[in-house]
Ligand binder design. Structure first.
Ligand code: UDP
Ligand code: MG
Length: 310
């Protein structure tokens, strides 16, 4: 029997929880009769009654499992811990605020049967205020352009994936927004389908404009790790040599002038060249340090191996 694990991060969503559980239960009874399932709630340090409500719900609904953080650690770590605990063949992530409807699941799971590893629910008609939807469009455009993963909605909370995807990708900080990029990088087949999105019924959004800074830095990390994570010296070595070369040319030019009798101590280029040379050495040593760190870890663990004869 195929098992579905729901992983749902919860940060102050007490009013939504009962409806959420009933909604999931209804959908599973209607559309997934032959499946077994579990719902893993990860309480991300809620300060309202979410944790108590979850414990109460668990007494009646035995498919519920709860992980609780003492304090708020963010959605990405909540998902990571939920993934670790999940035992299903399929893992479904959903927001806990009732904005994602479980009714979308059957067509998403169909896509998985067609051979995809991760299906993202594209909130085509996103039910959020414009100050969320507009920046989100820009964000998606940037991520789509740089990552070359052709999706419309990277940050959708609603995703269905094979268990391998959930167990292989490592996310923290605000990296939950890049799950499709990380999965595609590891050779998983990623796709999307439009889903119904609902307006927030209770509580309020947990994210403001600050998300764009964390999103940006995490995107740089994701892109860097994807391109040079396994060979950092290729980047730092290149930058280091380039910088050394520029610095050496500057200083060589001034040396020639010096021998022609020009006083060079007042030339800004003297300092500029020196800075380039120092930066060059620094880049080279950062690159080598990174290689040393990589060498000390078991590299193989991180490789996207799909098949190996025993
Ligand atoms: N969430 C979380 N930890 C956080 C922020 C949010 O677990 O630090 C959860 C939140 O409870 C919800 C989901 O992540 O289930 C999405 O959050 P929200 O609805 O606030 O995001 P939005 O839909 O506004 O992008
Ligand atoms: Mg929401």
């Amino acid at each position: 029997m195929i098992k579905i694990s729901f992983v749902i991060p919860i940060f102050n969503e007490e009013e939504s929880l009962l409806e959420l559980v009933l909604g999931i239960e209804k959908t599973l009874k209607e559309d997934f009769k032959k499946y077994s399932w579990e719902v893993i709630f990860v309480n991300d340090g809620s300060t309202d009654k979410s944790f108590e409500t979850l414990k109460k719900l668990r007494t009646k609904h035995h498919q519920i499992k709860i992980i609780s953080f003492r304090r708020n650690l963010g959605k990405a770590l909540a998902l990571t811990e939920g993934f670790k605990k999940s035992s299903g063949d399929l893992v479904v992530t959903m927001d806990g605020d009732l904005q994602d409807s479980p009714k979308n699941l059957s067509k998403m799971v169909d896509k998985i049967s067609q051979g995809f590893d991760l299906v993202v629910g594209w909130k085509e008609n996103r039910q959020d205020p414009w100050d969320k939807t507009l920046p989100s469009r820009c964000f998606n455009f940037i991520v789509r352009t740089f990552s070359k993963v052709p999706l419309h909605d990277f940050n959708s909370g609603l995703k269905v994936m094979r268990a391998e995807v959930a167990s292989e990708i490592k996310i923290y900080g605000a990296m939950h927004r890049f799950i499709p990029v990380l999965a595609a990088r590891r050779g998983f087949r990623v796709t999307e389908i439009p889903v119904v999105h609902l307006p927030r019924k209770y509580g309020h959004s947990k994210y403001g404009w600050q998300r764009f800074f964390s999103g940006l830095f995490d995107f740089i990390t994701v892109m860097f790790l994807g391109s040079f994570g396994h060979r950092p010296f290729h980047l730092f070595g290149f930058l280091g040599v380039l910088s050394l070369l520029i610095g050496t040319i500057c200083e060589f030019y001034l040396t020639v002038l010096h021998f022609q009798g020009v006083q060079i101590y007042r030339r800004p280029l003297l300092i500029i060249g020196a800075i380039f040379i120092l930066t060059g050495f620094q880049m080279l040593s950062i690159g080598l340090t990174a290689e040393m760190l990589l060498n000390r870890t078991d590299n193989k663990e991180g490789l996207p191996i799909e098949y190996e004869t025993p």
